[in-house]
Design a protein around this ligand. Structure first.
Ligand code: NAP
Length: 327
């Protein structure tokens, strides 16, 4: 058991920003990173719209800088997954990972969202063998190839444009005849000679041979006609679902599973705060997640200060558990 003032669950822009603030406020802070330090932004190649980077920055570089900044102020990183939380008896809260158990005076939940799946035959079988959710990670393997990008939002077009660095041809498969993506991205995609569009179309199945994707079954939603099409890869960018299953029955959630917070960034449990895509299904930007992480941290700092003023905060040095020291 490790005793700590703040546990931050998640290491995307929200979690890393929260860590910078709580550690800099001299509160002992542990960030439990999850599988991917940096979360979704770490798998995004070009980040053009994060303020302070006039030439743009890569997602991994932005992540490294934020992590280093949090470490500079003394935040401790635990590269593990949270397996269980116990918020029932109030602060201090129990947070378990595969390797450790923490007793934390406050918790900041910034666990984000995960990319949606198509749920069609072949998708799981060919994951990592031609089916991908990460252009930055896998684009290189498709040099000179023909690939499909599924989706009509900003992610689909941004990643389709990026994938033209590698692929010979990129066809965007979208279920409607109108794109959801911003006009700026549409303009860039339309003017890219390597990108084609297939509207009113979904993928019914992904097929392959020798453990590699070789084609898909397409269906036109207006005519219901199906066609077979050869392709080397399928990149899926059809939105996200919040990673909130860990908090079922423990934190109030909306109908889509997003964690509900009030204007003070507080969840339904006092002392547990949230920021980023775990509660935000609207803005979904690295900079808004970072801002929300900052807000959640400020509210946690404030809440802990009030507890201390009321004499409710245990002196960590007096704790019998191993203590994560204040920065
Ligand atoms: P999104 O905006 O929700 O778009 C998801 C796309 O996938 C939509 O076109 C949707 O079709 C389609 N789709 C959903 N479920 C599908 C299914 N089962 N089968 C086929 N198609 C399906 O998600 P996103 O593009 O990932 O963007 C998420 C947020 O991040 C947005 O707010 C976006 O603005 C932001 N973002 C911004 C940038 C940037 O600023 N550069 C880059 C990436 C993302 P419909 O249109 O028919 O619903």
């Amino acid at each position: 058991m490790k005793r700590v003032r703040v546990v931050i669950i998640g290491s995307g822009p929200a979690g890393l920003t929260a860590a910078i603030y709580t550690a800099r406020a001299q509160l002992s802070t542990v960030v439990i990173t999850g599988n991917q330090v940096g979360g979704q932004i770490a798998t995004t190649h070009d980040v053009d719209n994060f303020p302070g980077f006039p030439e743009g920055v890569t997602g991994p570089d932005l992540t490294d800088r934020m992590r280093a900044q949090a470490e500079r102020f003394g935040a401790v990183f635990d590269y593990d997954l949270v397996t269980e939380v116990d918020f029932a008896s109030g602060s201090p809260f129990r947070v378990k990972t595969h390797g450790h158990e923490y007793l934390a005076d406050s918790v900041i939940v910034t666990i984000g969202a995960s990319p949606r799946r198509l749920n069609v035959p072949g998708e799981t079988e060919f994951t990592g063998r031609g089916v991908s959710w990460c252009a930055t990670c896998d684009g290189w393997f498709f040099r000179g190839k023909d690939i499909l990008v599924v989706g009509g939002g900003d992610s689909a077009l941004q990643e389709a444009i990026f994938l033209t660095k590698f692929a010979e041809k990129v066809t965007v498969v979208h279920r409607r005849d109108e794109l959801r993506a911003s006009v700026a991205l549409q303009t860039r995609a339309f003017s890219n000679p390597k990108i084609a569009f297939l509207y009113d179309t979904v993928i019914d199945a992904i097929k392959g041979e020798d453990m590699r994707v070789t084609g898909v079954t397409l269906r036109n939603l207006k005519t219901d006609a199906t066609t077979e099409r050869k392709t080397d890869g399928v990149f899926i960018f059809i939105g996200y679902d919040p990673n909130s299953s860990l908090f079922g029955g423990k934190l109030e959630m909306g109908p889509q599973g997003y964690v509900v917070i009030d204007e003070m960034m507080s969840t339904s449990v006092p002392g547990v705060f949230a920021g980023g895509e775990i509660h935000d299904d609207r803005f979904r930007q690295a900079i808004t997640a970072a801002g929300q992480g900052c807000s959640a941290a400020l509210m946690a700092i404030n809440w802990l200060g009030e507890r201390e003023g009321q004499g409710l905060l245990q002196d960590l040095d007096a704790s019998e558990a191993e203590t994560i020291p204040a920065p």
